[in-house]
Design a protein around this ligand. Sequence first.
Ligand code: DER
Length: 235
Amino acid sequence: ALVESSKKAAAFQAVKDYLESTFQHVGIGSGSTVVYVVEAIAELGADITSKMSFYPTGEQSRQLILAAGLRLAYIQDLPPDASLDVAFDGADEVDEDLNLIKGGGACLTQEKIVATSAKKFVCVADFRKISPRLGTSWKKGIPIEVLPMAADRVLAELKAMGSLNPRVRSGLPGKAGPIVTDNGMLIIDAPFSPLLLSKDTESGIEGGDGEDGIWTVDALAQRLINIVGVAEIGL
Ligand code: DER
């Protein structure tokens, strides 16, 4: 109950603080926290929300918008240089520099497309998600969306980079075999340790570039997105 009430409180506060009644284009992320964001928006009433369009980040997000009676719109129908006014989404882990791990809901690629298309990205995360370094509370690994035919090669590359037991996310229970994303791709979860920020407070060293298995978030993100067959990473 504490977790749900804190997710709801964070979501309602985020809508109160960041959704202006004059906004027309609003991105909606995926996951369970964003359910409260949509609830808070719907509670504003039709005279406010009827002037707005809501852009989904996958099938769950699309159904959330429709179920709330909000106007559904698609980012691909906007001019390519048009921006959304704001985008709301959750995250799996947040560090002190506001680096995020995303993708626990396997929706990271459309989420990042919508988030980066918005003038302001509002991440709603309850107390469980905050941590000094990425990888300390979210231990499942960095979600990586990959082309199915490249998955084994990406796994091999991740192991060579020092990922501890990277694996393709399976759907059990609920789906035999791997989870397939809204984009027809697979998800690999790749644990890395330790994931350092710009400075490791314990030893005071600058985060590395992976040579000794120590990464800064930026160095790791750059390395992962360059692996052939990777469509998007959850950093
Ligand atoms: O997939 C994602 O990045 C989602 O935002 C998700 O992981 C957040 O999930 P939650 O709001 O259910 O914790």
